[in-house]
Design a protein around this ligand. Structure first.
Ligand code: AMP
Length: 288
């Protein structure tokens, strides 16, 4: 596996791959790798001739400096995991290297993330999706035409990157199901920051989503009732709820639904101790 230290070397490698008629699967990550990331890499390898992964903790998408400072970073461990998974190339870089034309980071003009960023996680983390769209634009320009793999766990992010890819004309976006620990807890780099007790408590996020899906399957379509079922499951010591929302995953309308729903994406965010976690589940037919 090739390890490249900057985006420019990665760009040249990707050009070479395309020149040799190899299809390219790209998995953007912030490191702190776990089985969720590896599932994206395996899918990219299965569907393309070559797979490359970026590892970059993007400061532009953090609205909380403490979150940025404590974000898990272990490049060597990540590289070993990716090598074992069969990845062909990994690259990293600094903000300076990603935006060489801009002298001062403060002057980077963030991209408008579009309507997918409205509400829910976008409202809870102002500027977050603009930071995501800005780095993804640069990453896509670096890697060029390819398929790019994203996790459904970050549902709103998939809306933002799909809009971005449509605007740029590339890459093809592939959204992959959420990978969960045995308890149901969605894998996240931030799980590494949880104590054992917190990890047990954190399972209530997925339990709330599964309870809502059970209710949906039993015929419940009233958003207030579905929300109440989730709130009940989230009443756990040491878990500070930030939001529980239901949205139409396709219309992504800014108004919370009041009448019966025909499609539903349930989204939850909570702090478990100091660690902020999010999870989501599609309640109707297409759920992962
Ligand atoms: P991150 O490193 O957190 O920016 O995540 C990189 C990619 O991995 C994003 O597309 C995430 O949605 C995806 N991802 C994160 N956690 C999971 C998971 N548990 N299952 C599947 N994909 C995931």
């Amino acid at each position: 596996m090739l390890r490249l230290p900057d985006p420019e070397s990665a760009r040249l490698w990707c050009i070479e791959q395309r020149a040799a008629s190899h299809t390219l699967g790209f998995v953007p990550t912030m490191g702190g790798l776990h089985p969720g990331h590896l599932a994206l890499v395996r899918r990219a390898l299965a569907e393309n001739d070559r797979c490359c992964v970026s590892i970059f903790v993007n400061p532009l998408q953090f609205n909380d400096p403490k979150d940025l400072a404590s974000y898990p970073r272990d490049f060597e461990k990540d590289a070993r995991m990716l090598e074992e998974a069969g990845c062909d190339m990994i690259f990293t870089g600094t903000l300076d290297q990603f935006f060489p034309e801009i002298e001062n980071h403060e002057q980077i003009v963030k991209r408008d993330p579009g309507p997918g960023a409205d509400g829910v996680e976008g409202a809870a983390r102002p500027g977050h999706f603009a930071g995501v769209a800005t780095i993804c634009e640069r990453l896509f320009q670096t890697v060029g035409a390819s398929r790019a793999y994203f996790g459904e766990k970050d549902f709103q992010q998939t809306l933002v990157v799909r809009d971005l890819a449509r605007a740029l004309g590339y890459p093809d976006i592939v959204v992959c199901p959420t990978v969960r620990e045995a308890s149901g807890l969605a894998w996240s780099s931030r799980n590494y920051l949880l104590s054992e007790t917190e990890r047990v408590r954190a399972a209530c996020l997925s339990q709330a989503l599964f309870a809502a899906r059970e209710a949906w399957r039993a015929g419940e379509r009233n958003p207030a009732n579905l929300r109440a079922i989730m709130l009940q499951a989230l009443r756990v010591e040491g878990v500070e709820l930030e939001y529980v929302e239901l949205r139409d995953p396709e219309a992504w309308s800014p108004q919370p639904p009041s009448g019966p729903m025909s499609r539903a994406q349930a989204l939850v965010a909570a702090r478990v101790g100091k660690v902020r976690l999010i999870d989501t589940l599609r309640l109707d037919g297409n759920e992962s």
